[in-house]
Design a protein around this ligand. Structure first.
Ligand code: ADP
Ligand code: MG
Length: 623
C-alpha cells in the first residue's frame, strides 16, 4: 500500500471517559512501584500466547502457524525505548478499539472510580482489575502497538497514543502474527532501558510465565508448571512467587493447598486463599480466579463454573488430564466431567479448611474475618455444600469474650442436658443485643445464645435449619420453647393474671390496631415490660431491617406479636391507669410499643415518638 493511502486510512479516536480518567491518574501521579508495568505487559503477552496455543488445537487455519510461541524483549539504550513482542493471538482493528480504548467490566470501572477518589493511589492492583495495559503510561511518553491477528487474511494494524485523550489507529504492513508494544520511555524512566534492570524485573514478577521470555537472545525465565511437580521438591519461595504471579498479587497468600488425586478423576491442583478480600472494599463482585489446564496446557483462564461461585476468592490452577483439551467454553459449564472436578475440589478444600481451623484457630479466625462472608454465601445458597460448610462457620456468642469466635460444635458441646435447640439472635452489635429484651429468658436459664450481626447470618442459619440434630432457633421467634426454670424465684413478684390480664391484652390489641397481629402474655420476659416476636414463617426482624433501609419505609413492621410481662411494674400500672385515664394509658401503650420496635433493631417514626414523649412528660410533670 502506498504511504499516502496508509496515512489517509489513519483515524484518531477518543478514549472512553473512564479510560481518560484512569490515564490521567497513571500519567500524573507518582509511584514507587512503576516497574510493575512490565509484569502487566508480559502477562498480556502470555495470555495472547495461551489463546493461540488453544486456538491452534481446534482451528487449522491460522496465520503464521510455524512461529514459536515466545515473548521477546528488546531494549534500546540509545533511543530509550523498550519493546515487548509476542507471537500470540494478535488483534484486529476493531479488537484494538475495544481492548485498548474502553473499559467494559463494571468492577474495573469502580476500581478507576476508587483510584480517583483516594489519595493513596495503589496501582499495584491495576492488573487484578483488567486495566493492566494502561500501566505502560507510567513509564512511557508514547506507546505504539503493532499487531496482526491470527485470523487468516487479517491486516496488520498500528495503534499510537501519548495517553492524553485520544489515540490513532491505522494499517501497518509487513507484520507477522502477534503483537509488539513499543514504549518510548519518559525522561525519568531511562532505567527501564537497561538490560540488567529488565532482567531483574522479569525474574521478580514474571518468572513463572509459561512461555520463554527472551532478552538479548537469552531465555531469562524458568518455564515450568509448578503444580505438576512433586510437593516435597518445591521451596516456600517458589510457591510464594507463583502465587504472586497467578494472582497478579503483591501480598502473601493466607492458605495454600497443593494436592493431587487419581480417583474419581485425575487432578493436580494448587489453590491459594489470597491475603486480602477485595470485595470487602466495594470493588464489586470478583471474577473466578482458578484456571483450568489439561497436561499443563491452559484450557480456560479464570474458568467460570470450575468451582462454585462462592469460591470465587480462590486463586490457582487445576490440571486434569481427563478433561478433553478441545472442550469449548460453552459446554464447559454443563460438562459432567467439570461437575466431578468441582465436587472433588470443593470437598477437598472444605476439608482442608476444617483441618486448618483445628490446627491453628487464630489463623483461621483471620481467614474467617476476611473470607467468612463467602462461606456464608455458600451455606445460604448452595444446597449441595451447606451441610459441609456448617462446621466452618464462626460466630460470637453470649458465652464468648467480645471478639472471640465460636463454632456450632463448640456450642453443641456446651449445651445443657435438657436443651434441644441452638439459639441465635441478630443485632447490629453485641452491646445492642445484650441491652435488649430478647436475651432475658436465656440469661436466667444460663443458656448460650449465638450472636449474629449480619442479616445474611439469619439466612444461613434458617437455611441450615438444624445442626447435629439440634434445631436452629431465632431467639425472637414467637413460641420459642425453653427448658423449665429450676429456680422459679427468679421470675419474682406477683403478676397480673386471669381476667385482668385477658382484659388488658385485649385492650392493648385494640389500642395498637393493625400494628400487631396479637398481644399476649410473655413466658420469657424478666426485666423488660414488653417485646416484639416474629410469628413462625414470617419475615424476621433482621430482614425487615434491610427492607426498611431499602424501601425507606417505616410502616412495614406489621404482623408481629407483642408479648407483655405481667409482672412488670409498668404493665401492672397500665392495667390500673386504663380504667382511670384511658387516653393517657393509650399514650403509654404506644410508647411501650415503639420502645419494643427499637429493641427489635427496627426504626420507628422519630417525630411522632418525640411529640408523644413531650406529651407524656407534660402529664408527668403536671401531676
Ligand atoms: P486484561 O489483561 O486484564 O484483560 P489489560 O488492560 O491488560 O486487561 O488488557 C486489555 C485487553 O487488551 C486484553 O484483554 C487483550 O484482549 C488485549 N491485549 C492486551 N495486550 C495484548 C497482546 N499482547 N496481545 C493480544 N491482545 C492483547
Ligand atoms: Mg492484562
Amino acid at each position: 500500500m502506498p504511504a499516502e493511502k496508509m496515512e489517509s486510512q489513519r483515524e484518531t479516536l477518543e478514549f472512553q471517559a473512564e479510560v481518560k480518567q484512569l490515564l490521567d491518574i497513571v500519567i500524573n501521579s507518582l509511584y514507587t512501584d512503576r516497574e510493575i508495568f512490565l509484569r502487566e505487559l508480559i502477562s498480556n503477552a502470555a495470555d495472547a500466547l495461551e489463546k493461540i496455543r488453544y486456538k491452534s488445537i481446534t482451528d487449522k487455519d491460522i496465520t503464521d502457524p510455524e512461529l514459536p510461541l515466545e515473548i521477546t524483549i528488546e531494549v534500546n539504550d540509545r533511543d530509550k525505548t523498550l519493546t515487548i513482542s509476542d507471537t500470540g493471538i494478535g488483534m484486529t482493528r476493531d479488537e484494538l478499539v475495544d481492548n485498548l480504548g474502553t473499559i467494559a467490566h463494571s468492577g474495573s470501572k469502580s476500581f478507576v472510580q476508587h483510584l480517583a477518589e483516594t489519595d493513596r493511589k495503589d496501582l499495584n492492583l491495576i492488573g487484578q482489575f483488567g486495566v493492566g495495559f494502561y500501566s505502560a503510561f507510567m513509564v512511557a511518553k508514547k506507546v505504539r502497538v503493532l499487531t496482526r491477528s491470527y485470523r487468516p487474511g487479517a491486516e496488520g494494524c498500528e495503534w499510537v497514543s501519548d495517553g492524553v485523550g485520544s489515540y490513532s489507529i491505522g494499517p501497518a504492513e509487513g507484520l507477522r502474527r502477534g503483537t509488539s508494544i513499543i514504549l518510548e520511555l519518559k525522561d525519568d524512566a531511562a532505567e527501564f532501558a537497561s538490560v540488567d534492570n529488565i532482567k531483574r524485573i522479569i525474574k521478580r514478577y514474571s518468572n513463572f510465565v509459561p512461555f520463554p521470555i527472551i532478552l538479548g537472545g537469552e531465555k531469562v525465565n524458568t518455564v515450568q508448571a509448578i503444580w505438576a511437580r512433586n510437593k516435597n521438591e518445591i521451596k516456600e519461595e517458589e510457591y510464594a512467587e507463583f502465587y504472586k504471579f497467578i494472582a497478579n498479587a503483591y501480598d502473601e497468600a493466607i492458605y495454600r493447598l497443593h494436592f493431587s488425586a487419581d480417583a474419581p478423576i485425575a487432578i493436580n491442583a494448587l489453590l491459594f486463599v489470597p491475603g486480602e478480600n477485595l470485595e470487602r472494599f466495594g470493588f464489586g463482585k470478583m471474577e473466578p480466579g482458578v484456571s483450568l489446564y489439561c497436561r499443563k496446557v491452559l484450557i480456560q483462564q479464570k474458568a467460570e463454573g470450575l468451582l462454585p461461585d462462592w469460591l470465587r476468592f480462590l486463586k490457582g490452577v487445576v490440571d486434569s488430564e481427563d478433561i478433553p483439551i478441545n472442550i469449548s467454553r460453552e459446554t464447559m459449564q454443563d460438562s459432567t466431567l467439570v461437575a466431578r472436578l468441582r465436587k472433588v475440589i470443593t470437598g477437598r478444600f472444605l476439608k482442608f479448611l476444617g483441618e486448618q481451623a483445628k490446627d491453628d484457630p487464630g489463623k483461621y479466625g483471620e481467614f474467617w474475618r476476611k473470607f467468612g462472608i463467602f462461606l456464608k454465601e455458600g451455606a445460604a445458597s448452595d444446597h449441595a455444600y451447606s451441610k459441609d460448610i456448617a462446621p466452618l462457620l464462626r460466630f460470637e456468642s453470649s458465652k464468648s469474650e467480645p471478639g472471640q469466635l465460636i463454632s456450632l460444635d463448640d456450642y453443641v458441646e456446651r449445651m445443657k442436658e435438657n436443651q434441644n435447640s441452638i439459639y441465635f439472635i441478630n443485632g447490629p452489635t453485641r452491646e445492642m443485643i445484650e441491652a435488649g429484651p430478647y436475651l432475658e429468658a436465656f440469661r436466667v436459664r444460663d443458656l448460650e445464645v449465638i450472636y449474629t450481626h449480619e442479616p445474611v447470618d439469619d439466612f444461613v442459619l434458617t437455611h441450615l435449619g438444624e445442626y447435629k440434630g439440634k434445631k436452629l432457633v431465632s431467639a425472637d421467634q414467637a413460641g420459642v420453647e425453653l427448658p423449665e426454670l429450676e429456680n422459679k424465684d427468679q421470675l419474682e413478684g406477683e403478676g397480673l393474671d386471669g381476667l385482668e390480664l385477658r382484659n388488658l391484652t385485649a385492650w392493648i390489641k385494640q389500642a395498637l390496631g393493625d400494628r400487631v397481629s396479637e398481644v399476649r402474655e410473655s413466658k420469657r420476659l424478666v426485666d423488660s415490660p414488653a417485646m416484639l416476636v416474629n410469628l413462625n414463617g414470617a419475615m424476621t426482624s433482621s430482614m425487615q431491617r434491610i427492607m426498611q433501609v431499602v424501601n425507606k419505609d417505616l410502616g412495614n413492621i406489621y404482623g408481629k406479636v407483642l408479648e407483655i410481662n405481667p409482672r412488670h411494674r409498668l404493665i401492672k400500672g397500665l392495667a390500673a391507669l386504663r380504667l382511670k385515664d384511658e387516653e393517657f394509658a393509650k399514650l403509654a401503650v404506644e410508647q411501650i410499643y415503639d420502645n419494643a420496635v427499637i429493641a427489635a433493631g427496627l426504626i420507628t417514626d422519630p417525630q411522632g415518638m418525640v411529640d408523644r414523649m413531650y406529651r407524656i412528660l407534660e402529664r408527668a410533670l403536671g401531676e
